[in-house]
Ligand binder design. Structure first.
Ligand SMILES: *Cc1c(COP(=O)(O)O)cnc(C)c1O
Length: 435
């Protein structure tokens, strides 16, 4: 039996000898080609460890807290928990899931700036005290049902004001107000959180955010709060280059505003960073159409002088594994799985569509691909943070089967890092690949 068995227990295939992820993908394509030609996902769990090692070596003083909503596969939660990563949960279900993996409540932050009261109560009951807050209404709710809460005030950054129509986080001025209100209500405030989205290319944003955070720390301390946690949020794409750039930008600022001597714990919320590269989605080409683009880029009937464009219909779309597209993520162009794809094969302008025939169901607006045939397979890498876990929210379409793998060398490294089947990884059933 392959894939996962129930919510918590799952099977991980150990790739021994020279077996690669490409071999695994080839074999599943072969199996699927004989069966229903369904989409499937292959996860390389070793990539989680590689990312963790990269994080630890680049930002050793910043402790990662993984936002569960990025990908809540049990294997991801279990490995990250075993590696000592903390968790950011957006609701009660995520909290319960993380607690089920024996994560201690002080390693969990309940995020979101307008939480359901029952979720705040649930956190209180389970000893989860770190809660994010950016407004007085929320503060009032927390004061009523969670007397032991330790708040992280969410500060807004310029990057967000430019991008988002709905701004999360409060200004410096409202932070003072909120601190005073917390003082009055007897709610503890212990730190600050801010978010710089990965799409923000201007690292100068960190200079303002960190100096603002320092101001809030000073205001908090003036009012008698013990300010001890600085959360620099998310925004790490997963690339080593971007992580190093960000580190170079924030290191002098942290040294100036929050030196190690101050005792402030600096944390971050890398989500995409951890999971993106571990998951690969493989889909089948169900149909194709040849059209031409008119001057406005709209498809029209083809005349001989036109530049042709291929429309391909895939076995999975935005109401399934590509739900991230609806959430505003860009789906990276796929590669073609073809045994005999020659290097000089001509490529054509192509667009990729899901199977629903809905105008929204466009997966990739434009990419260059060799001419495909119905029945070919496309491989989408870096799909770990694209929300395919959440598919069930939007449609009741069946989730594609998920095959977890880990290479022998990664498994060896995990054991070196102190992870073994009999301590934390009790839901992990490791079997040799191919059995
Ligand atoms: C989604 C989310 C993140 C993750 O952002 P990435 O850019 O994917 O790392 C971090 N923190 C919170 C509170 C989130 O909701």
């Amino acid at each position: 039996m392959k894939g996962f068995t129930d919510e918590l227990n799952y099977i991980v295939e150990l790739l021994e000898g020279g077996t690669t992820l490409e071999d695994v993908i080839d074999n599943h394509i072969y199996e699927q080609a004989l069966a229903e030609k369904n989409a499937f996902v292959v996860a390389d769990l070793g990539a989680l460890l590689q990312q963790h090692v990269l994080w630890q070596s680049t930002l050793p003083l910043v402790r990662p807290f993984y936002p569960v909503k990025c990908n809540s596969s049990p294997a991801v939660i279990e490995i990250l928990a075993a590696l000592g990563v903390g968790f950011v949960c957006a609701n009660k279900a995520e909290v319960s899931m993380v607690l089920n993996h024996d994560v201690s409540p002080e390693n969990i932050i309940l995020s979101g700036v307008c939480k359901q009261q029952s979720h705040i109560k649930h956190a209180a009951k389970n000893g989860i005290n770190y809660l994010v807050c950016d407004n007085e209404a929320e503060l009032g709710k927390i004061a009523r049902v969670h007397p032991n809460a330790k708040l992280l005030l969410q500060l807004c950054t310029e990057a967000q004001t430019e991008e988002a129509s709905m701004v999360f986080g409060c200004s410096l001025k409202s932070c003072r107000h909120l601190l005073e209100a917390a003082k009055e209500l007897g709610v503890d405030v212990v730190g600050v959180v801010f978010q710089v989205p990965a799409s923000c290319k201007d690292l100068q944003v960190y200079a303002h955010a960190l100096s603002d955070a320092r101001c809030v720390f000073d205001m908090g301390e003036e009012l008698g709060f013990k300010m001890e946690i600085l959360d620099i949020g998310s925004g790490f794409s997963g690339s080593e280059y971007q992580l190093k750039q960000t580190h170079a930008a924030i290191r002098p600022l942290l040294e100036a505003y929050f030196p190690v001597m101050s005792g402030v714990r600096v944390i971050a919320e890398p989500g995409t960073f951890y999971v993106s590269s571990s998951f690969t989605l493989v889909v089948n080409v169900l149909g194709k159409k040849l059209v031409a683009k008119d001057l406005h880029g709209e498809p029209k009937e083809l005349t001989p002088s036109d530049e042709p464009e291929f429309l391909y219909y895939l076995s999975d779309g935005v109401f399934g594994s590509f739900v991230g597209k609806l959430l505003g993520n860009i789906i990276p162009s796929p590669t073609v799985h073809k045994i005999s794809l020659s290097a000089d094969e001509p490529v054509f302008s192509s667009s990729l569509w899901g199977p629903s025939c809905d105008a929204l169901d466009q997966v990739v607006e434009h990419c260059l691909l060799p001419e495909l045939s119905v029945g070919d397979w496309l491989i989408f890498k870096n799909m770990g943070a694209s929300g395919h876990e959440e598919t069930a929210v939007i449609s009741d379409s069946e989730k594609p089967p998920m095959y977890y793998t880990i290479s022998e060398s990664s498994w060896f490294e995990m054991q070196e890092a102190g992870i073994s089947l009999d301590n934390t990884m009790k839901n992990f059933s490791l079997v040799p690949y191919g059995l």
